[in-house]
Design a protein around this ligand. Structure first.
Ligand SMILES: Nc1ncnc2c1ncn2[C@@H]1O[C@H](COP(=O)(O)OP(=O)(O)OP(=O)(O)O)[C@@H](O)[C@H]1O
Ligand SMILES: [Mg+2]
Length: 334
């Protein structure tokens, strides 16, 4: 098993809304391994973006990180708890070690700057002594890896299609040779063919650079074929994680099982595809029960009592696979 690159320990992020506190990310424990591609999945509002914003120290008021550690194992073997760094110290890690491409990133390019200037400004913000030609040589190499022509450097963002802009942003995020990249719904705004194309490119880049990649998405069908492991989030908590094929074939949390049957497939009989009935709970008004209980068929059938106390920890269900469902053996009859 590969060495860890990030150990997230007990990370909690709270938002204060109308005098009430909600935990959008609730005591998350997760180890990301060096060189892996990992997918974090869960319905809208499950806390995926909040988790990654917490890791990257990007939580804005009314949000606040109220507990936790984020241990980064550096390339030189040293470890640092990113949570203990000042904003200035953290800034040194951003782009050079940890980088991110967020939802609808295409819109973050400055319309008055050419692509070339985006690369130069990003590099110089970290190292003003870098030579322009060295930066542009690297930019050309990265652009060719995302299958864009060199001439793109002289374009303004409006001259590029959505898919091209997204590939530019991915190339840009790699200009300072990061160690780990977080991609939050990197392809959601694009058509399906372009999504597949970009994912194939990312997979190749991951191989070439030995990067660690973390994908966040509510649509597991998009990333299922490229990730090594999946992490499933529900109502602010991690509810299951493990090797992607095992989670597809033998999920051990009813929510994961529901997500897997909701996946569309080309060969699929659409009448058999089922969305999970019901909605996630209101985070400001959580039941004193298993958070999934109101939607869980095992609870409905009396197989499980759905008690909160049993869901306060994870259980090893298969090799390298963990679930928060304390009744998983009964529910899945393994
Ligand atoms: N800026 C904010 N202000 C207040 N509450 C927030 C804020 N950002 C997130 N939240 C709360 O945190 C919860 C989790 O949001 P988050 O954006 O992390 O979910 P997500 O899993 O990334 O969803 P999506 O798939 O829609 O991107 C939300 O339901 C919301 O209650
Ligand atoms: Mg999100």
């Amino acid at each position: 098993m590969a060495d860890p690159i990030l150990e997230i320990k007990d990370l909690t992020v709270e938002f204060a809304l109308h005098g009430r506190k909600i935990r959008a990310c609730d005591s998350v424990n997760l180890t990301i391994r060096r060189g892996e591609i990992i997918g974090i999945i869960g319905e809208s509002g499950s806390g995926k973006t909040t988790l990654v914003s917490g890791i990257l120290n990007l939580i804005q008021p009314p949000g606040k990180i109220t507990s936790g550690q984020v241990i980064y194992h550096q390339r030189d073997g040293q470890t640092v708890d990113l949570r203990t760094l000042t904003p200035e110290e953290f800034a040194k890690h951003r782009w050079t070690n940890l980088t991110s491409v967020f939802q609808a990133a295409q819109n973050v390019m400055n319309p008055s700057l050419r692509v070339k200037e985006h690369f130069l400004e990003t590099a110089w913000a970290h190292d003003p002594d870098m030579k322009e030609e060295a930066i542009l040589a690297k930019a050309r190499d990265l652009l060719s890896r995302v299958r864009l022509e060199e001439r793109v450097l002289d374009c303004y963002p409006h001259q590029l299609s959505g898919g091209m802009k997204q590939r530019c942003i991915i190339a840009l995020s790699l200009i300072l040779s990061p160690d780990i990249i977080f991609l939050d719904e990197p392809t959601t705004a694009l058509d399906v063919i372009t999504q597949w194309y970009i994912l194939e490119i990312l997979k190749q880049i991951q191989k070439d650079y030995g990067l660690t990649m973390v994908f966040l998405t509510h649509d597991v069908s998009i990333i299922g074929s490229i990730v090594d492991r999946l992490v499933v989030m529900y109502a602010g908590e991690v509810v299951e994680y493990g090797p992607v094929l095992d989670l597809f074939k033998r999920p051990t949390h009813p929510y994961t099982a529901g997500l897997m049957t909701a996946i569309p497939s080309l060969r699929d009989d659409v009448t058999r595809r089922k969305a999970i009935p019901g909605n996630p709970p209101d985070l400001a008004n959580l039941p004193d029960a298993c958070r999934f209980a109101p939607r869980c068929w095992a609870k409905a059938q009396g197989i499980c009592e759905g008690e909160r106390a049993g869901t306060l920890r994870m259980y090893g269900s298969n090799p390298d696979q963990y679930t928060r469902c304390y009744s998983w053996e009964k529910v899945f009859r393994q």
